[in-house]
Write a protein that binds this ligand. Sequence first.
Ligand code: AHM
Ligand code: MG
Length: 335
Amino acid sequence: MNINRSILTLDEFTIQQLRDFPQATGELSSLLRDIGLASKRVNVEVNKAGLVDILGDAGTINVQGEDVKKLDVYANNQFWGVLKHGISCAGIGSEEMDDFVIFDDAVSMNSKYVVLFDPLDGSGNIDVNVSIGTIFSVFRRVSPLGTPCTVEDFLQPGHKQVAAGYVIYGSSTMLVYATKRGVNGFTLDPSIGEFTLSHPNIQCPPTGKIYSVNHGNFFQYDLPVREYITACQKKNKSTGGPYTQRYIGSMVADVHRNLIKGGIFMYPGTTDKPAGKLRLMYECNPFAFIVEKAGGVATDGRQRILDIMPESLHQRTPLFIGSKLMMEELDSYRK
Ligand code: AHM
Ligand code: MG
């Protein structure tokens, strides 16, 4: 019988991958299913954000000293809930919570993974109908199975990630995730309520025409960054410049576009904030993992993001990420 299985759902895809690895336990597939479920619930609320009283500030300040929006809280609770009730996660760390949370029931304590996430990134854009996203990072725990997870499980360098991904709530809703086997993108088909494989084996083009940076901070960047940005605006035969500047202010949307089209995204340190704004564990590590697996490069201007040894859950780092050749060009300004 000729059954058309060319359009795979997220579940079908992860199960398919398990067939190639008979020794795999299926825990990671189950984890991705849980994350997919939470993001579908968040998607529903994001889509009706204008209709219900879910906009605006929730009245508290998060650990980064920023206003927490109501949808941030909702999204945080959805991811927390599915991961707690699933069978694959021993604990979570979230951009919205001061400390990591241990799941100390018997099943969770025997689970292999811990998950770090930014439940709703770009939340400053919620009220104005601009794309926002969820970012997640999965580590295999280093503490023994059967015991509560510990801070060491979370504070691992990014190259130890087992998987990382993001969900973009945009003109369509997409879930993109990477493992050591590559990067795949799934678009939510609203008619069946499932993520379906739409972007198999994503490769970041080696070069592109887009640079993304907050120009408002230009005079606060260090000299090599200012020189590189200025060069992006000039005619240049060898690089194909001048480039096009695109900056949404939602990292998920900015990096997603550059991943697909080719480009470079920068959030450098500034004189006011030398470590920049973005968080290593919730934003930079997962994107660095995804972009590297797609053939791109991610650094803090000095070293590979994935080699940074984290010291605290909420630490920030400058970020330069994107197409390989554009990153090499940026690097030449440092040298
Ligand atoms: P958030 O986690 O509070 O939403 O902040 C992260 C966002 C990123 O998505 C985006 O790239 C950046 O903040 C934009 O910051 P700025 O307005 O300083 O350019
Ligand atoms: Mg964020």
